[in-house]
Design a protein around this ligand. Sequence first.
Ligand code: GLN
Length: 274
Amino acid sequence: MLQRVRSMVITGNGTNCEREMAHACRLAGSEEVDIVHISDLLSGEKRLDDYHFLNLPGGFVDGDDLGSAKANANRLLHVRIRGTEERLYDSLLRFIAEGKLILGVCNGFQLMVKLGLLPGFDGDYATQTVTLTYNDSGKFEDRWVYLKPEASSPCVFTQGLEGVYLPVRHGEGKLVPRDEGILKRLHAQKQVVLQYCDEAFGEAEMTYPRNPNGSVDAIAGICNETGRLFGLMPHPEAYLHATNHPRWTREKLPEEGQGLQIFRNAVTFLRREL
Ligand SMILES: NC(=O)CC[C@H](N)C(=O)O
């Protein structure tokens, strides 16, 4: 039983959702929450090993140059932590091996996919098998969408979650698996955690505008096989309170926003399992 759940939110080089994500971790009950600049990780000033819950927020890291999160993936893969032979990627692998949790939102999801952390079949976190690329609409999509969770998914973060309404804000959110086999496996292993859907949270919606980016099979979020790594394009940290909702003055809404449950599930799980 973990007494103090320590969460890290990585920022820097164009990340812009770190404060909301840190706030979500605090509201979810994490006792220690630090926003850490990636340069402080690369200098060895801060260590991933000292934390249990890693949050990779949204934003425009490196100005989306070379494709969203691509340059940052290379930074994690190739830059050595000062004074050591280790790369940030190596400390990530250790973090995963210890059963800790990683949540990537939007730009953070793009990073996880481009590193190969997701979907991470057979515990292979080094091979990229899906990508997130330019929206079919050819433009940045900034609006709220309906999402349907897969009830039987092993995803730690979405346990007990029913239909959710969250905002997307991205130019490169179209999920494309490398081939048909990868897509089949994602579905078979229930790693497709969230799909864009209709307002009644009934059926997954393949077509625009409900599928805002043209994602294959309307996929909005995926997890790894253990369910401890999760990435999604919509922003759960942007709906923590009723007043975040676009129609809060007109609709009667619960005080708590639907995004908070995702963070609470993570903190509760860590407290129980680590
Ligand atoms: N909100 C975000 O994290 C956006 C991610 C990325 N910059 C994109 O446009 O796709």
